[in-house]
Every structure is written in C-alpha cells, then in structure tokens.
Design a protein around this ligand. Structure first.
Ligand code: FES
Ligand SMILES: [Fe+2]
Length: 377
C-alpha cells in the first residue's frame, strides 16, 4: 500500500526480500574480491591521507614519506576513533587521541607509558593497495584473493608512452547499477542531445559470456559538431562500438581508436565514486585545417576536452541518476517497464555475481580486530 503521497510503504527491500530483476539488482552489492579505484594518485601526496568507503566500510588510505601508499581499516584499535582524524607521520598513520601510530602492517606502535608491560601486539586489518594508470586501487575483499587477482590490464595506458588520455572522476548519488547500466544503454541519448556523444544506436549484439556482458552498437561516437572537428576517424567512421560490462568494470572500444575504461567504487548502498579514463589512439586527435597534432598537444587537448565536454556531459548523468535514485526510493514497488535487453543483461550479471559472493561468504562475517585479550576488558 502506498502512503498519502503515493510513495512506497517503506524503504526498498533487501536483496533477500527483493522480488524480480530490478528490485534484486538495486539491492545487490558489488563483490569486494576485486580491485576498486579510490581516486587519482596525484591527489594523494606524501604525508596525506584520505578516507574512502566500500559499501559503508571505512578505509584509511595514506602515503608515507617514502612515497608508498598503504591502506588500513579506518579505526583505531584503542577507542575506535577514525584514523583519518589524525595525521601521517613518516610512514605511519597516527591516531589523534593517544598517538598510537599504525604502520603498513596495521601494527600499533604505542608512544605512551605501558605501565610496566611489554608493548602488546595490537593490529588492525590492512587492505591491499596498489597504484596503476595514475590511480590508487584497494582490494576490500579477501587479501589472499588479492594475491592472485590483478587490476585489469590496459596495455594502451601502460609503458612509457601511454595513449593520450583524460581521467574524469566524480561521486554520484544512486545505486552503483544505475550508472553501470547507463553507460551501455544508448537509449538515453536524449539526455545528452546538446553534446551528442553518440549518434545512431542500433544494437547489433548483446551477449552474456562468463562474467561479462558484451554489447555492440552501430553508432557514431563523439558525434557532436565540436568533437567531430577534432577527431581523425582514420579509414573508418568510428561508428562501431564494442562495450562490455566486464564485472565489476565497464569499458568500450570504438574501432580501436576511441576507448574508455570505467572503475566504479560503491561507497555506500546509494552512492558511488566513478573514475573514467578516456583514451584515444595516438593520431586520432587533429586540429581543424592543421590535421594531426604532436603527442604533447594531443595530451593538452585531452585535458581541455575533459573540461569542455567530458565533465559537463557526465555531469548530466550524475544529475539524472541522483533523480533516478530518488524515484527508486519513493516508488520501488511500482512497475518500471524496461525495453532495453542491455539493461536486463547487466542486471542479471549484477544479481548473479552478488548471489555468488553471498554464497561464498556463507554465514561468515568480517572478523573483529584482535586486541590483546587481557587489554580489551
Ligand atoms: S583512541 Fe586512538 S590512540 Fe587512543
Ligand atoms: Fe550518459
């Protein structure tokens, strides 16, 4: 029964209670046993820390004076104050209250009187962390799995001469599935009619293969007049896009010239951080009348494109998904006719992977920090 405002009777259902594909997808989490980008390396300088979250779990990420990044559960083992309230000293994160200093192994070094005891071995959980492609990644799941599962390989961004690229990062209200669906659902071109990032949206293929949904569209990419002026389309027209929900990531490839990779981090059940990297084959960027531009100019032009096109364009998605979330919270019990097979396939994969994770985890819960028994009473 709805209330007087016509809203659903309560908050959206849990994954277990959810009925049907859409409700299930909107209640699913993302499997923590993958690498998730928390932000750009350049935004975390030596001596700085940041708080990030994974589905509500707070994680402190900090860069020591040696330049290395470390990540810990964001909680002092002493009185459970957030460590990000403190500061980085040398290569340790120091709690602001009694000054317990945590190293990269999560071990607390206690600076005050120990009252005749030997320093107890008190630790907080660490979180595997790595840097690649100018981004900081954490592995919020099982650290043992982190040893065997790598960050996705992007050869075009590796090595000394990566393709010209632009990174766009934003925090977005809404369930993570909403934006992941959005990026492969070209039926929302109406929202972007001012920018026209794609023109023509014939779906050629949509196939679930293992942990991926592969999609192909006949669509002219970067079709807006301004973008078109600066793109050298080579022999083709850049009108054939392959896109993939490569769980839990998303990427696209248009005629091997225009590509993107998206890393989504579910901060909470209803907010996310998205880090897009757009990268263009060298020689794809041109200046009207002058033609192809040297590499350094292409890099600068990508930065400009980020400001003039990519950020405002993706800002439209952020805006609309915030509203989609509101609609979901108010009317989750109403039918929501879905015409796109792509959206359905994405939702099926999200649901299946979350079910598999829950099954794997069983009744296991994240263990508590191990304070020395004698000290915790
Ligand atoms: S609460 Fe952190 S050192 Fe005491
Ligand atoms: Fe969009």
């Amino acid at each position: 029964m709805t209330d007087l405002a016509g809203h659903a009777p309560g908050p959206p259902p849990s994954f277990e209670q959810a009925i049907g594909r859409r409700q299930k997808a909107r209640a699913a989490g993302l499997d923590p046993d993958y690498w998730y980008a928390v932000g750009q390396s350049s935004h975390l300088r030596r001596g700085q820390h940041l708080e990030t979250k994974f589905l509500g779990r707070s994680i402190a990420v900090f860069r020591g004076s040696d330049g290395q990044v470390r990540a810990l559960e964001n909680r002092c083992a002493h009185r459970h104050i957030e460590l990000t309230r403190g500061q980085v000293v040398d290569c340790k994160l120091v709690c602001p209250y009694h000054g317990w200093a945590y190293d990269g192994d999560g071990k607390a070094h206690i600076p005050h009187d120990l009252f005749g005891r030997k320093e107890p071995d008190i630790r907080i959980p660490t979180v595997p962390v790595r840097e690649r492609y100018g981004l900081v990644f954490i592995f919020p799941g099982d650290p043992e799995v982190a040893k065997t599962r790598d960050i996705p390989s992007i050869p075009e961004l590796s090595g000394p001469r990566p393709w010209p690229h632009a990174i766009v990062q934003f925090d977005c209200p809404g369930h993570h599935s909403m934006l992941l669906e959005n990026v492969s659902d070209f039926t929302h071109g109406f929202l972007h009619r001012k920018f026209q990032p794609f023109q023509g949206t014939d779906l050629l293929r949509c196939e679930e293969i293992g942990d991926r949904v592969e999609v192909e569209y006949a669509s002219k990419i970067a079709a807006g007049r301004l973008q078109d002026m600066f793109i050298d389309r080579g022999d083709g027209a850049c009108d054939h896009m392959r896109a993939c929900y490569d769980y839990p990531y998303h990427w696209s490839n248009t005629d091997d010239r225009i590509k993107h990779f998206l890393f989504t981090l579910p901060l909470t059940a209803s907010s996310n951080r998205h880090v897009f990297i757009f990268y263009l084959r060298p020689g794809t960027i041109r200046l009207p009348l002058l033609g192809r531009v040297p590499r350094r100019v292409a890099d600068a032009m990508m930065k400009l494109t980020r400001l003039t096109t990519l950020q405002p364009l993706l800002g439209q998605d952020v805006w609309v998904i915030g509203h989609e979330q509101q609609g979901w919270e108010r009317y989750w019990d109403r039918p929501a006719p879905e015409l796109s097979p792509v959206v359905k396939a994405f939702q099926d994969l999200t649901i299946r992977k979350w079910s598999e994770y829950l099954e794997r985890r069983g009744s296991e819960r994240p263990g508590p920090v191990v304070p020395a028994e004698s000290l915790s009473r």
